[in-house]
Write a protein that binds this ligand. Structure first.
Ligand code: URP
Ligand code: ZN
Ligand code: ZN
Length: 469
């Protein structure tokens, strides 16, 4: 199958020009002006943007968490992603305490089998180096294309690790060239604050934020940055939500330390007051770190503009409000933490980043496509439009108007964090490795057609050849 995308405005992290893109099989084979080639399908992209497929490095599909399982599996999550222009993501494979990393990976590979529509890789979430996974096994994972280790510095009694586990993992990463990712919050103080709040009868959703103040995120971010320096490993701080966490990352990057950070779409738009909404509606916004007071949002925009933060991900961790979130109706600490977002990252960042004049189109592509691909060992196979890259392409209509609403979304969650928001600009046609998986309102990508991607080690490039062997 060959596809010729004609006359679109091709936008990468570096370029912006009108041209034709010819896709032969799974890869881009020619880019030029007025290409004279035969193709099985010709897409007229005049007036449209031709963007690289977006890469989301932070998602939780089919994940047991908070006493339930996330609402989206690899099929519904991938449908949502595809309509949002995301053609590749890296999901968290969680090591259950007492089990090996190999067992965890086997489970997660089975979850995507027969369901995947877009391509994906896995991070390994390390929870136990005593009775389950060993340091030796951890060191062997990059050979299987698992080139990032995730550690939770919060969720005490569940996923949280101690500093020894964090530091030993960092030392392994320094040896193997893996990237260490941290969920940075001070888990011990949060556990105390939660217990005290509940004892005082403070049970509503807003206490989720009031028991996890920004300082807990600032402290843990700084701790991770300093430990990574001692271990001499590459560090990536996930879901940065506030100035308190931006500051230590800014210092580290200014000093040239090997630190990177991401924020997520929701932190630009949802603030603390959403948690105060009556009739348990605040529960929709219970995710971690929590929505912050509004003043943090301009700090986040400034940080993504100046490359203190290099990626915008979604942290898609969807639950239903009517059923799953109700588990915490009498106790905010029992509300499953997480929200949906995979489908609307590009919509929201295009509308409120690019159209609002906060970032330009190149920076948008860098934040949503190129930087995640580079940091997570997917580039240049993913994350750009270039000869030889996978033909993961979004034909984006910058004039299409859309009202974001749960009613027309593809996630199985029953609400949308951005309900009622009107945007101008939406993906029209989405290709994944040369196959049209979304055409207008129609999902054409078949469950089972998405591939697992073996990622390269940090700083190394991923060739199409390496990813398949
Ligand atoms: O609330 C969230 N973010 N849920 C997913 C797990 C995590 O901490 O990323
Ligand atoms: Zn987290
Ligand atoms: Zn997450």
């Amino acid at each position: 199958m060959s596809v010729l995308i004609k006359g679109g405005r091709v936008i990468t992290a570096a370029d912006d020009y009108v041209g034709d893109v010819f896709v032969d099989g799974e890869r881009i084979s020619l880019i030029g002006e007025s290409l004279d080639v035969d193709a099985d399908r010709v897409i007229d992209a005049s007036g449209k943007y031709v963007l690289p497929g977006c890469v989301d490095p932070h998602t939780h599909l089919d994940m047991p968490f908070g006493g339930t399982i996330t609402a989206d599996d690899f099929e519904s999550g991938h449908a949502a992603a595809a309509f949002g222009g995301t053609t590749c993501h890296v999901d968290f494979c969680i090591q259950a305490p007492g089990t090996s990393f190999g067992e965890a990976l086997e489970q997660w590979h089975a979850k995507r089998e027969g369901k995947a529509i877009i391509d994906n890789g896995f991070h390994i979430a390390v929870t136990d180096l005593h009775d389950g996974g060993s340091l030796e096994e951890l060191a062997s994972l990059p050979e299987q294309g698992i080139t990032s280790y995730k550690l939770f510095m919060a969720y005490k009694g569940a996923l949280m690790v101690d500093d020894e586990t964090l530091f030993r993992t960092m030392q392994v990463a320094s040896e193997t060239g893996a990237l260490v990712m941290v969920h940075a919050e001070h888990g011990d103080s949060i556990a105390v604050l939660v217990e005290q709040a509940l004892r005082e009868g403070k049970t509503e959703p807003k206490y989720h934020a009031l028991t996890r103040p920004p300082e807990t995120e600032g402290e843990a971010t700084n701790r991770a940055v300093q430990l990574a320096r001692i271990a001499d490993c590459n560090l990536y701080v996930v879901h940065v939500s506030c100035k308190d966490a931006i500051d230590p990352i800014a210092r580290a990057r200014e000093a040239g330390w090997k630190t990177w950070g991401e924020t997520c779409t929701q932190y630009f738009f949802i603030d603390y007051t959403h948690l105060e909404r009556p009739d348990f509606e605040g529960a929709k916004y219970v995710y971690t770190p929590p929505p912050r007071p509004k003043e943090h949002q301009e700090h986040l925009w400034a940080a993504v503009r100046s490359d203190i933060l290099s990626v915008v991900s979604t942290d898609h961790c969807a639950f239903t409000w009517k059923e799953q979130k109700r588990m915490g109706i009498d106790d905010f600490s029992k509300i499953p933490n997480g929200g949906p977002g995979l489908e609307n990252r590009l919509h929201m960042i295009h509308e409120f980043g690019v159209r609002a004049g906060r970032i330009d189109l190149n920076r948008m592509v860098e934040l949503l496509c190129t930087n995640p691909a580079k940091l997570f060992g997917l580039y240049p196979r993913k994350g750009t439009i270039a000869v030889g890259s996978d033909a993961d392409i979004v034909v984006f209509d910058p004039e299409k108007r859309l009202t974001i609403t749960a009613e027309n979304q593809h996630s199985r969650s029953d609400y949308n964090l951005f309900e009622g928001v009107e945007v101008t600009g939406s993906p029209e046609i989405v290709l994944r490795r040369g196959e049209v998986i979304v055409d207008g309102e129609e999902l054409l990508g078949k469950p089972g057609s998405g591939q697992f991607v073996k990622r390269a080690r940090f700083g190394e490039e991923l060739t199409a050849q390496a990813a398949r062997t």
